[in-house]
Design a binder for this molecule. Structure first.
Ligand code: UD1
Ligand code: MG
Length: 467
């Protein structure tokens, strides 16, 4: 924990341009809220306190971060109601910050800011220095402009709207923009915020106005810049959200490739969580990884797979169009195409799961196979078991779930219904089309179907001639 740093995150704004019922800071980027990305970056600085200023959708935002996660240590919320601008929001947040601390201010809608950039900014602050993150951009429309004097020192920030209203072309032509990310000595900042007035085009208390005050008070304004524009890009509408998603996914794809992963097309992979890969992993196009996914050495993932919270061991092959969630796949297993592994599917080494096979809360021993059209739910399979096409476990009686046990070396024929609870003992064979409701003995053949009856000389009905 940094004894002298606290953070205020501005997140009370409405996000009108999102045109969404969901508060802006809860809009997902790579599967998690914008605010969560910001909090993760901030957490690396180990601040004593991180105060999120909330207003619009306050209850929803608070609820979304009520659980424990790496970035919720030292997290608190301050309610800004109504919202009188970024200066007002910061003042509300400062209620939880100590005068002796450095205060870092970030916005909840700029998700990709890097911890290193924030650390660099904070390091510039002392009693006599205010630090500002600025960025030179090609098109500064809408942003606050950084105004410097002849000596190159920052003297103020002018908001786009105010420059427009004053028809101040010289200011509008400035391409160094305010990122709204800054750090200051708290005692001074608190005093400055109390002196803000709403004399501007927005009629609000603007955080940006404290810059001019700092120069008057004799503080030095130090500036630093991020590594690129995406770091400070704010999200105001769904177009910007999609653009940042794309930039973020590309960054992750590049990191995977640099770590040795083969991607068929780095523009067609989405990682919404943490994906770790062993050596020589290859991933075909259009795969989505969610939550925590670990792929072992030499794993191959076919096109169009969705894999969530799963572990795939070395040498396993996941064929195209497979959907895997909450499952563990053993070494050398072959899965899909069109396989569905649901939570609790635990597959041993060399297991084969083929097309249109669904496995839920079931364990497969080494080398067991279900190659076509089957459902295994709440089942425990031994080793070398073979499940025929169309076989299912009837695990649900309409009220409760029951277990099926299929021991080593059992063969289940096609189109069988195993009505749980039931055990098929080792080495047994179940004839195709059987519906079993009772346990079977070791090594026996069990057939449960009506005997075929043939009727000789039977005539097919004929169509009546048209009148
Ligand atoms: C702000 C800056 C602008 C900068 C731009 C960078 C000000 C006055 N302007 O403009 O110089 O170039 O960011 O993206 O600071 N918020 C509150 N309470 C409020 C108002 C806003 O918490 O009363 C929060 C918003 O939720 C948002 C952040 O503050 O997360 C910034 O507000 P926004 O309205 O997006 O400011 P910009 O117009 O983007
Ligand atoms: Mg904004």
């Amino acid at each position: 924990m940094s004894a002298n740093l606290s953070v205020v995150v501005l997140a009370a704004g409405k996000g009108t341009r999102m045109k969404s019922r969901l508060p802006k800071v809860l809009q997902p980027l790579a599967g998690r809220p914008l605010l969560s990305h910001v909090l993760t970056s901030v957490a690396a600085l180990k601040p004593r306190e991180t105060v999120v200023v909330i207003g619009h959708g306050a209850d929803e935002v608070r609820a979304a971060f009520s659980g424990t996660s790496p970035h919720t240590a030292g997290l608190s919320f301050a309610l800004q109601m109504p919202q009188h601008g970024t200066g007002h929001a910061t003042a509300v947040g400062l209620e939880n910050v100590n005068d002796s601390e450095v205060c870092l201010i970030v916005t909840g809608d700029a998700p990709l800011v890097k911890s290193a950039t924030l650390a660099k900014l904070v390091a510039l602050v002392n009693d006599k220095t205010f630090a500002l993150l600025t960025c030179n951009v090609a098109d500064p429309t809408g942003y606050g402009r950084i105004v410097r004097n002849a000596a190159g020192e920052v003297i103020k920030i002018v908001e786009h709207k105010d420059a427009l209203q004053a028809n101040d072309q010289a200011t509008l032509a400035i391409c160094e923009m305010n990122t709204a990310i800054m750090a200051a000595p708290t005692a001074w900042l608190r005093g400055a915020l109390s002196r803000l007035t709403p004399n501007n085009a927005q009629g609000e208390l603007l955080l940006t106005d404290v810059i001019a005050m700092a120069t008057v008070d004799g503080l030095r304004i130090a500036t630093t810049q991020p590594t690129g524009e995406t770091e400070i890009a704010g999200v105001n509408d769904k177009v910007q959200l999609a653009a940042l998603e794309c930039a973020f996914q590309h960054e992750q794809a590049v990191a995977l490739m640099l770590a040795g992963v083969t991607l068929a097309d780095p523009h067609r992979i989405d990682v919404r969580g943490a994906l770790t890969c062993g050596s020589d992993v290859s991933i075909d196009v259009n795969c989505v990884f969610e939550g925590t996914v670990a792929l072992g050495d030499n794993v191959s993932i076919g096109a169009n797979c969705v894999i969530k919270n799963a572990t795939i061991a070395a040498n396993a092959v996941i064929h195209p169009m497979s959907h895997i969630e909450g499952a563990s796949v053993g070494e050398g297993a072959l899965i899909g195409p069109f396989a569905r592994l649901r939570p609790g599917a635990v597959l041993g080494a060399d297991v084969h799961i083929g097309n249109f096979v669904e496995v839920k809360n079931s364990t497969f021993g080494i080398g067991s196979k279900a190659n076509h059209l089957a459902y295994l739910g709440d089942a425990t399979l031994g080793e070398r078991v073979n499940i025929g096409a169309g076989a299912i476990t009837a695990n649900y009686d309409g009220a409760n779930k029951h277990k099926t046990v299929i021991e080593d070396d059992v063969h289940i024929g096609s189109n069988c219904v195993l009505v749980a609870p039931i055990t098929i003992a080792a080495g047994g064979t179940v004839g195709g089309g059987s519906t079993l409701t009772k346990n079977t003995e070791r090594g026996v053949l069990t057939v449960a179907r009506t005997k075929a009856a043939s009727i000789a000389n039977w005539k097919r009905p004929k169509k009546a001639p048209k009148a």
